[in-house]
Design a protein around this ligand. Structure first.
Ligand code: SF4
Length: 52
């Protein structure tokens, strides 16, 4: 499966996940935060996630 070498991802539940080697298949993703001020990695997420 073609993937984006610049976006590693282990979210196997996502429609855009490359299961062959844990990458994202999109050309671009949107990284979002769900706190007003992000202080830890847990405050951020992939906003491009879609369920299969
Ligand atoms: S869209 Fe986000 S969650 Fe889905 S495979 Fe790409 S980086 Fe991972």
């Amino acid at each position: 499966m073609e993937h984006n070498d610049s976006i590693g991802c282990v979210v196997s539940e996502c429609k855009f996940h490359c299961h062959d080697d844990n990458y994202c298949t999109l050309n671009k993703i949107e990284v979002i935060k769900h706190e007003s001020v992000a202080k830890t990695p847990e405050c951020t997420d992939c906003g491009s996630f879609k369920t299969t």
